[in-house]
Design a protein. Structure first.
Lengths: 295, 436
């Protein structure tokens, strides 16, 4: 759906994006991850045609990105904002019309969404009379009103309380099931890890990692297991396993040697201790990121 | 293009719907009418409040010769001079004029009063004293009263303008007044609507909605839509003002003229001096109305709209650029100077120079250069400007608008996405050369 090829974006002294390429599949939920200032917003602005890259190209459904695509993208920027003194309904209408909807169609859809999101009676309210969470809801609705094929959400959960964050999450998943491709951009990697099927990690203007979440995680597995137990843990056995770390009194992490299975280790351990739990330690994206960056 | 229309519509409607817009629309004509009515009232009824001067004339030359006029009336002092002086010390009104016996030997005439005497009263008294004395001296020198009356010249200049259609009445005074008013109006409105554009840009930037909008439209479209929308608000406001005030002034002057006629009649009936009639027909308010009628108001109003629009488009683009470069209104100060300076300069020049020398070469250049022409040309227009100058000025105005908008758009499109970074002139210059 979206193919980004060798994008370079240079600001006066600062190179915001350096040869960044990635592929976003239709119908996926894609996580664009990286710390603050990594270049995520620069990339998103290029996809939204707010700025143009110095070199490199972006393809939308196989076509070179052009103004026609603006109406097919919905963008929720990190820095949210609405006209403070304008009525909510008028405002949503205005934003939808700017995306190319007719007034009548926009009105119909706003009514649908206001009902769905439990926002009836907000039409004539002014933004300044709403709480921050309520404003976020309005902004979210304005982002998806024109039924975009691609929805870009920059830090979507900042400013939401847990209840509203859950409502928004459900809405996003529903839109995804209806066929929309979704890009999450965030520096809080744990928050979208479970939602995304693919991710790309950006650090200091470079893409350092991308792929399916499951693949990435698998490739970062290193046969480490956590064991909860009671009793006296035996000394490590070099050809079978080594102890990585001892945490709390009855928890230990071990690394199983190459070619050995957890069952063999269990057989060895069972006479010595009472095992309560054994689980593989799968690195979180955050762990992987830290590992990648510190190298 | 459709999107620009949407933006124009929003900018226009949100402002026109505001209560402050309605208030201004009705308040300003009301104030104009109020002022007009006040001037008319004062000039009609001013005579009722004539200053009374008690005359103690020891020389015996003046007493019977003083003429009462609208603002000053003379009467012979009833009590003794010393008593009157005492009285005057407590009396708020009233003046005591003391003329010594040997006035012809350059002794001083004295005027006593509790409050300070006004300049016009003083000059009235002074003029009358001089005239009476001169007449007496001329008579003493052997010139009889009849001759005296015939040699008193009375000249008033009636200026006529020569045009292709023949001569027409012209009025330098009215041209002056219109030029004056136009300069103030253009100057003020450029600032009022220009800074509305600037505030609009800052509002969008600080509320961060700008990023949502420019993901739908080009920054240039947003800037253009905002400028045009607010410009239309300005034109709406002016048109409403003109329509409202002319209707109101029209009705008011009809009523006033009726009053005038009846008051002249009363004065005749009362057998007052004929001078009163002469005074009435030169009522300043009426003179202004008649003089203004000699100018082609439609022409001037059309030019006003052209120059307001041209000037507004030039300056509002710059205002928009300034708004985009800052994070809040207090930071705008550092960039305002290049905008304020040419406007303020022309404004001051208008009053100190152009009004008095509308056809000098400096006035010509000021009315040709796009940054100064909106004010300077409006000042010159009522005095008559050759068509080719007007055409040149307007062409350059349009050129200036295209140039400033081009520059402003370059700054704008970078500026609106720069948060929390203090821009300098150097920075702005760099933005000009940024690629998209």
């Amino acid at each position: 759906m979206l193919r980004i090829q060798h994008i370079v974006k240079q600001y006066a002294q600062h190179r915001a994006l350096d040869d960044v390429s990635m592929d976003i599949k239709k119908g996926s939920i894609f996580g664009l991850l990286g710390p603050n200032g990594a270049g995520k917003t620069s990339l998103i602005r290029i996809i939204n045609q707010i700025t143009a890259p110095d070199s490199g190209e972006v393809f939308f459904n196989g076509e070179k990105l052009n103004p026609k695509h603006i109406a097919k993208i919905g963008y929720l920027p990190e820095e949210r904002g609405l006209y403070k003194k304008m009525e909510i309904g008028e405002q949503a209408l205005y934003l939808a019309q700017l995306k190319g909807l007719s007034r009548a169609e926009a009105t119909k859809r706003i009514k649908y969404w206001f009902e769905k999101m439990d926002m009836q009676g907000w039409w004539n309210k002014k933004v300044e009379d709403l709480s921050k969470g309520m404003q976020q809801k309005v902004q979210f609705v304005a982002t998806v009103l024109h039924e975009p094929e691609l929805i870009i959400l920059d830090e979507p959960f900042s400013g939401f309380d847990p209840v509203n964050a859950e409502i928004i999450t459900q809405e996003i998943l529903e839109l995804n099931q209806k066929g929309a491709t979704i890009i999450f951009s965030t520096h809080r990697m744990e928050s979208v890890e479970q939602l995304c099927d693919s991710i790309a990690l950006i650090n200091k203007s470079h893409k350092i990692l991308d792929g399916k979440v499951s693949d990435i995680k698998n490739s970062y597995r290193n046969n480490t297991y956590a064991i909860e137990f009671t009793g006296q843990f035996p000394a490590e056995k070099a050809d079978l396993f080594s102890i990585v770390s001892t945490g709390k009194a009855h928890e230990i992490r071990i690394k199983i040697a190459e070619g050995k299975t957890p069952n063999e280790v269990l057989n060895y351990l069972l006479p010595h201790i009472q095992i309560q739990q054994l689980s593989e330690v799968i690195p979180s994206i955050n762990d992987i990121f830290i590992q990648k960056v510190s190298h | 293009m459709n999107k620009v229309l949407l933006i124009i519509q929003r900018e226009y409607l949100t402002r026109v719907k505001k209560k402050s817009f309605l208030l201004m629309t009705f308040l300003v004509p009301a104030l104009i009418i109020g002022m007009y009515a006040l001037i008319a009232y004062l000039s009609v009824n001013g005579a009722d409040k004539a200053t009374e001067v008690q005359v103690y004339d020891e020389s015996g030359i003046f007493t019977s010769e003083f003429k009462n006029i609208e603002t000053v009336s003379f009467r012979v002092g009833k009590t003794s001079f010393a008593e009157a002086k005492k009285e005057a010390a407590t009396n708020e009104k009233g003046f005591i004029l003391h003329i010594p016996k040997d006035i012809e030997q350059l002794s001083k005439v004295e005027l006593y009063s509790k409050k300070k005497v006004g300049l016009s009263t003083l000059s009235t008294i002074n003029n009358q004293l001089e005239e009476i004395l001169r007449n007496k001296q001329l008579k003493d020198a052997g010139i009889d009263a009849k001759t005296l009356a015939t040699i008193k010249p009375d000249i008033s200049i009636d200026s006529k303008e020569l045009t292709a259609e023949g001569e027409k009445d012209s009025s330098a005074g009215a041209a002056y007044a219109i030029g004056f008013a136009a300069a103030i109006l253009i100057y003020m409105s450029l600032f009022i609507y220009g800074s509305q554009v600037m505030r609009g840009v800052i509002e969008e930037k600080t509320s961060r909605i700008v990023e949502v909008i420019i993901s739908s439209v080009k920054p240039f479209q947003l800037m253009l839509g905002k400028i045009i929308g607010i410009g239309l608000v300005g034109i709406t406001q002016f048109t409403l003002w003109i329509v409202l005030s002319t209707t109101l002034v029209g009705t008011a002057s009809k009523i006033l003229l009726k009053d005038k006629v009846s008051s002249v009649k009363t004065e005749l009936v009362e057998g007052k001096q004929n001078k009163a009639i002469a005074e009435a027909s030169t009522n300043p308010a009426l003179t202004v109305i008649n003089a203004v009628k000699t100018l082609n108001l439609t022409y001037i109003f059309t030019c006003f709209l052209v120059y307001f629009l041209g000037g507004y488009l030039i300056y509002s683009a710059l205002f928009a650029a300034v708004g985009s470069a800052v994070d809040n209104e207090t930071e705008t100060q550092q960039f305002m100077l290049p905008i304020t300076l040419p406007l303020l300069f022309t404004y001051i020049m208008s009053f100190t120079f152009i009004l008095n020398n509308p056809d000098s070469s400096l006035s010509f250049w000021l009315s040709i250069i796009p940054f100064t022409s909106p004010i300077a040309m409006m000042v010159r227009l009522p005095f008559g400007v050759p068509d080719w100058q007007l055409a040149l000025s307007i062409v350059l105005l349009i050129g200036g608008f295209i140039l400033t908008t081009w520059i402003a758009a370059k700054i704008y499109r970078v500026g609106i996405l720069m948060y929390g970074k203090k821009a300098s002139y150097k920075e702005l210059a760099k933005w000009l050369f940024y690629k998209e």
